[in-house]
Design a protein around this ligand. Sequence first.
Ligand code: PMP
Length: 499
Amino acid sequence: VILLKLDPADRTPMFRQIVEQVRGLIDRESLRPGQAMPATRRLAEDLGVHRTTVYKAYEELWALGYLESTPGSYTRVRWRPRPEAATERQNRPAPAWGELSSPASRNVHGLFQRYRPESSPGRPADIIDLSRLDMDPRLFPAEQFRRCLNKAMRRWGPELLGYGERQGFRPLREYLAQRLQMHGIAAGPEEILITNGSQNALDLVFRLLVAPGRRVLVESPTYAAMIPLLRLHQAEITGIPMTGEGLDLQALERELRQGEGTFLYTMPNFQNPTGITTGQAHREALLRVCERFSLTIVEDGFEEEMKYCGKVTLPIKSMDCHQQVIYLGTFSKVLFPGVRIGWIVAHRDCIERLLGIKRFCDLTTTPVLQAAMYEFCREGYYDWHIRRMHRTYRKRLQTTLRAMRQHLPRERADWTEPVGGYLLWVRLRDPELTAEAFQERLARCGVVVSPGEYYFPDRSQAIHFRISISMLDEAQIEEGIRRLGRALQDSGGPGGGER
Ligand code: PMP
């Protein structure tokens, strides 16, 4: 006999009430595996319902894996694995995922583990974090974007809930084509592919061009997340040193004379991590070298709109007569990264091939968000937001530079002075100071920076670190730099640093 209590006043159908109650009894082990269930006729009589109601409930429970029935026998409770607590699951024997993983992904896993110390839990709350190149949520135009989401759904509704156009929402591509013109880039919507942020764009480009052992040239230091991604694609990475004016062109030529490269990855604006922006002459000379060696350029214009001091320099792509530049853009570093919208601009054949790869990797980029972003831009909110970001960060950068001059001893450190973006690159001049000792001092002083070693494809000699001002207001920046100054002056002895 099993005890069920049906409630006729409940709007839940009778059969569903039976299902839920029997499930509960099995989950709580009041009914045990192998135990026979009452015959449908009997249970129907006991409960005062029609036999088909019980029959339907048993069928549903069978479909859910709670019951089993063999012809000519009782329906019985089926053995099923008991839901386990997380710790129990963790302690059970499991496949050796490390061994099952490909060597390339094992390598990336190792880098990933090394790459996350800044976000370690248990960090004091009053710490000032100068390490993260995340956007400041206090500046997100969330309400405007919400209105644009509504508007897009009202306007296109069902169309946005399908996979959408493979190459990306057409009106957004048309808008981007127009906007690119402002940066001197002539490209029609057919030469643009919308991606899930520029990180997805990088992955697609690597899938297109990299094969195990192919040589890829990067600036040294370079964008940290590029290095594991290239390793995952089993590229051979060659770092070309950065000078104060950008990539060392002579070193690039020397490398290319020694052996060909698949492509060069470069960030001409506010380079991550150094913050360096190259001039027009450097961009032209770089393009000439690459033309001479038929080297493809992957130009990462991740902060194209964030030039807020001085004159704008046009992207390398604007001078690309031979269609050898693949240009990447994103909304992440001026607006917000959460919508994950980026784009690739390249020769049509190249776009077509990238589209073929995207078609099988992630199908499309979310149409709803692309349409909302299009509305956002069309309404003029994007231009408005860029102006606001320029005003805000011009002040934040001025505060940063002023604080650095005031608090950081010049004999112990020098740093880049960017003309936009969020990043500064600091080199320590103390030959005695090891990276570990410096990290300890920083922790004592309550400030976090991003260690320079992340950004070099091979290990760096001198001690560098990256500062990002993207997340902090002027007061936080001022305090962060003051603490940094203390860490630099800290003798390292007991009581040497105060909070
Ligand atoms: N390129 C550079 C240089 C970056 O710093 C980042 C993000 N930190 C990206 C690309 C990727 O950005 P997203 O995928 O959000 O567009």
